[in-house]
Structures are given as C-alpha cells and as structure tokens.
Design a protein around this ligand. Structure first.
Ligand code: EPZ
Length: 418
C-alpha cells in the first residue's frame, strides 16, 4: 500500500521553517552538465524523487555523479555514452525533456521519448521542437521518440507562440553551444530560467536578458565547468505560507527569496494574512478567517499556476465567493473534487472554478492526483475538523522535501503511514 499522510486538523502552525531548494531550478541545472566535459558542482540540490530520476537519466547518458562531503552534487559528463532518454524514464517525469537541447547541442544527436500528457494537461513540446528546428536541427518523430540531428546548431531568432518555461530553458541550453547568437523572444521570465542563465554564464556562455521576455545567447564552441547554488523554492515557500494562513497560524520562513514571491504574498494579503518581509525571512500571520479573493494564474511575474491548488484550499474556507481562472493548464482542477469531499463548495467549468467559502473542512479520506493537488489536500487537512487521510503521496514527494516533517515542526498533527 503506497504511503499516505494522516492529519488531525485544527492546530494553528507556529514557528520558523527553512525553505528548501527549488525543484524546478535543480532539474535544468543538472541537465546543463551535459553541455560540458568538465565538472558542474551544484550546491543546495533538494532531496526529491524528481532529482533522483534526473540523476538516473544522466547516469544512463554517461554522467558520473557524486555527492561531495560538503553536500554539493558533482556532475561530470566526460563522454556522452548514450544519446537516448528512454520512455520508461521520461514517462515518469516530463522534465526529462530538458536533456534534449543540451544532448543535441553537445553531440549533434538526441533521441528523447515524447513525454505524453499528464494529469494537468496534454502538455505538448512543439515549441521546444520548433525552436530547435530554427537552430538548424533535423527533427523527426519516430515510434514515440523525438529523433533530433544537427552537425552544429546555428544561432537564430526564435519567437515562441506561447510562454514556456522548460521550452525557454531547453533552447537557452542548446543556443549556449550554437554557432553565433540566438535571440529568444516571448521567453519565460521565471526565476528558475534566470537561475539557469546564471549557471550557463558561469560555464562560459554569454546570456543577456534572462528575466525579461527577450533573451540573447551567444554560443561558444565549448563550455567549461562551474560551481552554482540552486535558488530557494518559491512554490514550497508559498505552500508553507498558505499553511500558516489556513490554520490562523504565525509562521516565519527563513532562507526564502521574497522577490520571487510577490504575486503569492499579494494574494495572501488580499485574503487577510499579515505578511512581513525582512531580508530572506518572510512572516505570515494568518487571519481568524480568510477573505475571499479572485485569482488568475499567469506566467511569472503573474500568479503562479503551481500555487493555484494551494490557494483554492485557502479560499475554500474563506468568507465569501471567489473565482479562480486557470490560464496555463487545461485540466488543473482535479483537487476541487477532493476538496468537495471535505465539505468544500467548489464548482468548476472549464478553466474557471467558483469557490463558495464554507466555515470549515471536515476530515475525510482523499486522493492526490498530482504534485500541487496533493499539497492542497494536506493544507485542507491541517484546517479540517477531524482526521484527513491523503493517499498517493508519492506525488507530494516529487516536489516537497519531507513536507510532513516541516509541518510537524510547526505544530501540525501529521504523520506518514507506510
Ligand atoms: C514548468 O513546466 C514547470 N515544471 C511546471 O511545474 C509549471 O507548472 C509550468 O512550468 C508553468 O509555470 C518545471 O519547470 C520542471 P510550460 P513546463 O512549458 O515547462 C503549453 C510543478 O508543479 N506548451 O511553461 O512543462 C503547455 O501545455 C510543475 O512543479 C505548449 O503548448 O510548462 C502549458 O499549457 C507542474 N507547447 C503551457 O504551454 C510547448 O512546447 C505552459 O507550459 C510547451 C508548452
């Protein structure tokens, strides 16, 4: 029986908690090591299932991966031993597609399984492929695999049809070894994209404009090794702040990056939380009862889709009616039905959810369907009357480092049952 979390609700959370490193910054950084034969040393890599999957994938491609005594992760791909990212790995983690750009740029050949859809949407990679074709790659889809070839990629102007985070990251990495200059237009501005650009610059590439919608990359014939520290996880941070708000608690995050959290902090204030920022510390004092608020997800610096489920849990017990518009993924309301099992009153219609706040959640057995949905069910359980049992928490472990341990340290009555 897969592990599940059992939560006795009602305890207001109190205390300080450190923020872990960002999953969505660690995964591209690990893949960037494919771009050089020298060692890339990463500090602050989180201990997550998706990181373990990425390590396994890189090892298959020829990487030597070691954990240094000081806790850093050392990755060296002296020689690429394989050009293939197999379906069996890619199907467990879509972000495996992040080996496509660096593998093709480094060796001229890449065979990467098409990720296929997932619980939150169809999630095609057409923009990744169009961008690589613009850089001169020959791309074919063969038996469920992307077959990409290029003698040497050539810099180009690429305008993606929509903002894509891993698409921007894949193309940035490919362009870092291309001949000449690439201009990425309509690029993603997420902090994880900026963090990857910082690593590529440390490896010897010239990257300008990361964090804006236009990124210029001047490729190099070769890149070198580098040491790089992964940024804090703004989504884990946001999740912990919602835990404080939904329990009427008083929690302070340490080691956070408040500038990456502006939209989330603004939404929490709109819901009645008192937010105090002091350097890398963020304090959230929850209201007696949250206020209703409308939410529209959008690319950074807008409100993150990866916080939508957690804020829906908060609005489920708010005073009044809230409307949530999910503009990034077409099927990211799976948690609504589970929250309704806990007594919420949420109606979804396509990309809109209408949330009529109730006084309190009732504890119930619920099932996680994806990473952020699992977090929202844990949050609702913290605020519920009675016992909540969240099953399929393997989803949670993909992106949260021992969340129940952190919540327990803040006073939550939560335990993992194997
Ligand atoms: C990244 O996914 C994150 N994952 C996701 O976090 C996050 O939800 C998402 O960005 C949006 O912020 C990682 O960084 C590993 P997109 P990504 O390409 O890059 C469509 C989490 O919970 N699209 O920005 O896959 C796509 O279907 C995860 O940690 C195309 O149509 O997302 C979606 O509707 C979940 N064609 C939209 O664009 C493409 O070629 C944005 O997707 C690429 C994307």
């Amino acid at each position: 029986m897969p592990a599940r979390l059992v939560i006795e609700g009602g305890a207001p959370l109190r205390g300080e908690v450190p923020v872990s490193a960002a999953k969505n910054a660690a995964l591209p950084a690990l893949c960037a090591a494919l771009l050089t034969s020298e060692a890339v040393v990463l500090d602050n890599v989180p201990d997550l299932a998706d990181v373990a999957t990425t390590r396994r994938l890189l090892a298959r491609l020829g990487a030597e991966i070691a954990d240094d005594p000081d806790g850093a992760t050392r990755v060296r791909v002296a020689n690429v031993a394989s050009h293939e990212a197999a379906y069996e790995l890619v199907s467990t983690m879509r972000a495996s597609v992040l080996v496509l750009g660096p593998l093709l740029a480094r060796t001229g050949v890449a065979r990467v399984a098409l990720p296929g859809g997932c619980a939150i949407g169809v999630r095609p990679i057409d923009q990744h492929l169009k961008g690589l074709q613009k850089l001169g790659a020959d791309i074919a889809i063969q038996s469920g695999y992307v077959e990409a070839r290029a003698s040497r990629l050539k810099g180009a102007r690429i305008t993606t049809d929509l903002v894509t985070v891993t698409g921007t990251e894949n193309l940035m990495m490919a362009a870092a070894l291309a001949e000449g200059t690439t201009m990425l237009e309509n690029a993603a501005r997420e902090p994880e994209v900026v963090d990857l650009a910082r690593l590529l610059v440390a490896m010897g590439a010239r990257v300008e404009g990361a964090g804006t919608e236009r990124i210029e990359i001047e490729g190099r014939p070769e890149l070198g090794g580098a040491r790089h520290r992964i940024i804090p996880d703004r989504i884990e941070a946001g999740t912990l702040l919602v835990a404080s708000a939904i329990t009427g608690g008083d929690v302070t995050l340490t080691g956070a990056a408040p500038r990456h959290l502006t939209a989330t902090l603004a939404k929490l204030e709109e819901c009645g939380a008192a937010i105090t920022v002091d350097g890398d510390r963020v304090r959230c004092q929850g209201p007696a009862r949250p206020s209703a608020a409308d939410v529209i997800t959008s690319p950074f610096p807008g409100f993150p889709t990866d916080m939508q489920a957690q804020v829906m849990a908060l609005l489920g017990v708010a005073d009044g009616l809230s409307k949530i518009s999910e503009t990034i993924f077409e099927n990211r309301f799976m948690h609504a039905a589970e929250l309704n099992r806990m007594g919420a009153r949420i109606e979804t219609d396509g990309s809109t959810a209408v949330v009529r706040g109730v006084d309190a959640y009732q504890g119930a057995p619920v099932m996680a369907t994806d990473l952020r949905a699992s977090a929202s069910l844990v949050l609702a359980g913290l605020a519920a009357r009675g016992t909540t049992e969240v099953s399929r928490v393997y989803h949670l472990d993909r992106g949260y480092e021992r969340l129940e341990v952190k919540l327990g340290a803040l006073g939550a009555r939560i335990r993992r049952v194997a």
